[in-house]
Design a protein around this ligand. Structure first.
Ligand SMILES: Cc1ncc(COP(=O)(O)O)c(C=O)c1O
Length: 370
C-alpha cells in the first residue's frame, strides 16, 4: 500500500515538494518530505480530532501538562535508553523555532556557533540572520565515509549538533560524540542536539542520543515530522536540560513563541504511540531504495540514516542540481545551498514509491558529463 503511488497520484499533491517541482515540469527529489501516505493511526487520530473538539486544548499555556511530555519521555527511554526529566521538556512549533529561541536566549550577535558543514540550509540562514558567526566543522570524505575534527568548536558559545547528520547521513559514533562532549565540557560550549532524523537510522548503525554524555550542557530537539512525515503539523519537542537555559527561556512571556495546535499534538502522539508498524515498513522501503541507489551510483557514500543521499557529482560542475533539473527534469537540492563543502554536490531525497524511484534513476542515467 505504501509503495504504490505513481507519478499521476503524486503530482496532484498540494504540498511544497510536488508543487514546486510541478511548476518546473520535474519530478521532485528535493525537500525532506516523504511520498508515502501517512500512518493509519495518525490519519485516524486527526480525523477523530477534527470531528470532535477543536476548541481550546485542555493543557495550560505553560504546557507543563501537555500529553506530549510523557509520550516523549517514554519513547526516548524505550528507544534510546535515556529517560529525560519531564520537568525539562518544552514544546515548540518547529525545530527551527526552538533552535532560534535557544540561540536567542543563550548567545549574542557576533558569538561563534559551530556546526558540521555542509549543513541544513535553514540553520545556516538562521546563524546568518541572527548575526552569529558560523564556525564550520567540515565533514571530510574518507575511504570509510565522512569524518571530522571537532577542535574548532573550542571558543564557540554553542554547537548545533545535527545527528544523524543532514545532508551526509552520518550517524555519529559513541567515540565521536564523547569527544564532542569532552570538548564542550572543557570549553563551556552549549550543545544543541537536533536528533530529528534519529528514528530513520539504518542497520547496522545505532543512534546514540547525546544528552546523557553532557547532561548539564545539552538541549535536545526532536519531532515526529521527519520519521512520520508530518512537517505541516508544526510540532516539536525540546529537552532543555541545562537549568540556566530553562530559566531564561521561562522568562519569556508564555505565548510569545506560539504553540502547536491541537492537531500537531494529536498527530505527534498518535505517531509516537501507535506508528511503529508503519515506521518499520517505511524503513524497509527506504532501505530498498538505498540499494537501488547503490546500484545506480556504485561510487556514492550512502547515508547511514535518513532518506537523503549526498551525491558527489563534481563531474557535472559546481551546481549539478541545476544541470539535472534542466536536462533530466529531476529536482534535487543544490549542494551550494548547504554552505562550505556544497559545491559539486546535490542532495537526493529517495523517500518515494518504487515506480517513482525507478523513474528518477532512469532519468539520472541520461545525464553524462560534457
Ligand atoms: C536536520 C533537520 N532539522 C530540522 C528540520 C526541520 O524541522 P522543522 O520543520 O520542525 O523546523 C529538518 C528538515 O528537513 C532537518 O533535516
Amino acid at each position: 500500500m505504501l509503495d504504490e503511488l505513481d507519478l499521476s497520484d503524486l503530482s496532484a499533491r498540494p504540498g511544497l515538494k510536488w508543487v514546486q517541482a510541478g511548476a518546473a515540469g520535474a519530478i521532485p527529489a528535493w525537500v525532506a518530505d516523504m511520498d508515502f501516505p501517512i500512518a493509519d493511526p495518525v490519519r485516524e487520530a486527526l480525523t477523530a480530532a477534527a470531528a470532535g473538539d477543536l476548541g481550546y486544548p485542555a493543557w495550560d499555556d505553560d504546557q507543563h501538562d501537555n500529553p506530549l511530555i510523557d509520550a516523549y519521555v517514554k519513547r526516548t527511554a524505550d528507544r534510546y535508553g535515556h529517560r529525560p526529566d519531564p520537568g525539562h521538556i518544552r514544546i515548540f512549533t518547529e525545530i527551527i523555532q526552538a533552535l532560534q529561541a535557544i540561540l536567542h536566549v543563550t548567545t549574542a550577535p557576533g558569538d561563534a556557533v559551530a556546526m558540521h558543514t555542509p549543513a541544513y540550509p535553514p540553520f545556516l540562514e538562521t546563524i546568518e540572520r541572527m548575526g552569529r558567526r558560523l564556525v564550520p566543522l567540515p565533514m571530510v570524505a574518507s575511504g570509510s565515509g565522512w569524518t571530522f575534527d571537532p577542535a574548532p568548536m573550542a571558543g564557540c558559545k554553542a554547537l548545533i549538533l545535527v545527528n544523524p547528520h543532514n545532508p551526509t547521513g552520518r550517524v555519529f559514533t559513541h567515540d565521536e560524540l564523547s569527544g564532542i562532549a569532552a570538548l564542550a565540557e572543557r570549553h563551556d560550549v552549549l550543545v544543541i542536539a537536533d536528533e530529528i532524523h534519529a528514528d530513520l537510522t539504518h542497520e547496522p548503525h545505532r543512534h546514540i542520543t547525546f544528552a546523557p554524555l553532557a547532561p548539564e550542557r545539552t538541549v535536545t530537539l526532536t519531532s515526529a515530522s521527519k520519521a512520520f512525515n508530518l512537517a505541516g503539523l508544526r510540532c516539536a519537542v525540546a529537552d532543555v536540560a541545562p537549568p540556566r537555559v530553562r530559566a531564561v527561556l521561562d522568562e519569556l512571556p508564555p505565548m510569545l513563541l506560539g504553540q502547536p495546535g491541537t492537531l500537531g499534538v494529536v498527530g505527534t502522539l498518535a505517531a509516537w504511540q501507535h506508528g511503529e508498524p508503519w515506521l518499520a515498513e517505511v524503513r524497509r522501503l527506504l532501505n530498498r531504495n538505498r540499494r537501488l541507489l547503490a546500484e545506480a551510483f556504485p561510487e556514492a557514500r550512502l547515508p547511514e540514516a535518513t532518506y537523503l543521499a549526498w551525491l558527489d557529482l563534481h563531474e557535472l560542475g559546481d551546481d549539478p542540481a541545476a544541470r539535472i533539473l534542466t536536462q533530466a527534469k529531476v529536482m534535487l537540492s543544490p549542494g551550494l545551498n548547504f554552505g562550505p563543502g556544497g559545491a559539486g554536490f546535490a542532495r537526493l531525497n529517495f523517500a518515494t514509491s518504487r515506480p517513482v524511484m525507478e523513474e528518477i534513476l532512469r532519468r539520472l542515467e541520461t545525464i553524462r558529463p560534457d
